[in-house]
Design a protein around this ligand. Structure first.
Ligand code: NAP
Ligand code: GLV
Length: 340
């Protein structure tokens, strides 16, 4: 009888996903809310054939090397995989998979929610009511109370026109926004027409946009893509939304831009350090809305992500190419599947 492969799951996931996984794999789940500490993960991965990991798990070359005598596949439950040293995984013929598409709409919703929250001062308004300031003011309505900015007719600049960037553009059309975008590759004329989006270079986007929404992955090229120099180009009074990765913006430079009023506000779901320390300067600004990396956090989406990560693992175990393989080069050096 052949041995069943073993997968290490770095957080509790949904029972449906575990049930499906157990048809092929034996599993072990890290049952704490915090990620497994680095040393623990390093130690654990030596004993497993596969890992189902999260964005908060740093799987660097050191861990990969230590685990490479046995580990064959890293299935990240995220579309982004900047937490994994993919180059090193490829060198060790380890498959890396992600979970694209299923989280596109949820993440675009959150980007839009942040945009509306900052532009219309929703969180400030909530605090105003909740903490009794409205009641104490005795002002039921005042023409100058909590004034925000209108979306209609303004310009939204999208940086990174991939799956989520396009989903944000589709929402933006409904709000009467003009759309400009900057991305590594220009869309086809047909797609530009359908989205009503105009291609511009990055500096033009920064200078022309009233709202900027960032959707690039974190890579060597995009780390601090928005640094102090770029923030100085941003149109005065613009609002920046970031649901991609914290390190795409130099967070210290962002604090400076907010302190010195170069920008009117920001909506952030991601940070250079996560979780964000409550004493971080970003928490001081009323014109900044902060969420705790919840871009894909809907019940439907998180279940779909877990199921997709599981399907990638199962395909691999069945000797098939996983549907969301990130490092296709491995196919040439090691066929999918476990051999015992
Ligand atoms: P995607 O479809 O790959 O889109 C990324 C876009 O950025 C692509 O158009 C890509 O160009 C472009 N790009 C890559 N490098 C660039 C560069 N150096 N300069 C300009 N453009 C560049 O990915 P997605 O599914 O939209 O996801 C985007 C990112 O969102 C993920 O990588 C992840 O980090 C983040 N995310 C966060 C959350 C959250 O919870 N906050 C949830 C989901 C995703 P090409 O077409 O040439 O590749
Ligand atoms: C979440 O941040 C993801 O990349 O899916």
């Amino acid at each position: 009888m052949s041995k069943r492969p073993r997968v290490y799951i770095t957080r509790e996931i949904f029972s449906e996903a575990l049930e499906r996984l157990s048809s092929v794999y034996d599993y072990d789940v890290w049952d704490k809310c915090q990620p497994p500490p680095y040393e623990k993960l390093r130690e654990k991965l030596r004993e497993f054939d596969a890992v189902l990991s999260m964005v908060g798990d740093r799987i660097d070359c050191e861990i990969i090397k230590t685990a490479s005598h046995r580990l064959r596949i890293i299935a990240n439950m995220a579309v982004g995989y900047d937490n994994i040293d993919v180059r090193c995984a490829t060198q060790h013929s380890i498959y890396v998979t992600n979970t694209p598409d299923v989280l596109t709409e949820a993440t675009a919703d959150l980007a839009f929610a942040l945009l509306l929250a900052v532009a219309r001062r929703i969180v400030e308004g909530d605090h105003f009511v909740r903490w009794g300031e409205w009641w104490r003011s005795g002002t039921a309505f005042h023409p100058r109370m909590l004034l925000g900015v209108e979306l209609y007719g303004k310009t939204l600049g999208i940086i990174g026109m991939g799956r989520i960037g396009k989903a944000v553009a589709r929402r933006a059309r409904g709000f009467g926004l003009k759309i400009i975008y900057y991305s590594r590759r220009r869309l086809s004329e047909k797609e530009e027409r359908e989205l009503g989006a105009e291609y511009v270079d990055l500096d033009t986007l920064l200078a022309r946009s009233d709202f900027i929404s960032i959707h690039v992955p974190l890579t060597e090229e995009t780390r601090h893509m928005i640094d102090e120099k770029k923030l100085r180009i941003v149109k005065r009074g613009a609002i920046i939304i970031n649901t991609s990765r914290g390190a795409v913006i130099d967070n210290n430079a962002l604090v400076k831009a907010l302190e010195e009023g170069w920008i009117a506000g920001a909506g952030l779901d991601v940070y250079e350090e996560e979780p964000l320390n409550p004493n971080h300067p970003l928490t001081r600004f009323k014109n900044v809305v902060l969420t705790p990396h919840i871009g894909s956090a809907t019940k439907e989406t998180r279940l779909a992500m877990a199921m997709l990560a599981v399907e990638n693992l199962i395909a691999f175990a069945m000797g098939k190419e996983p549907p969301d393989l990130v490092n296709r080069e491995v196919l040439a050096v090691r066929p999918p599947g476990f051999t015992y």
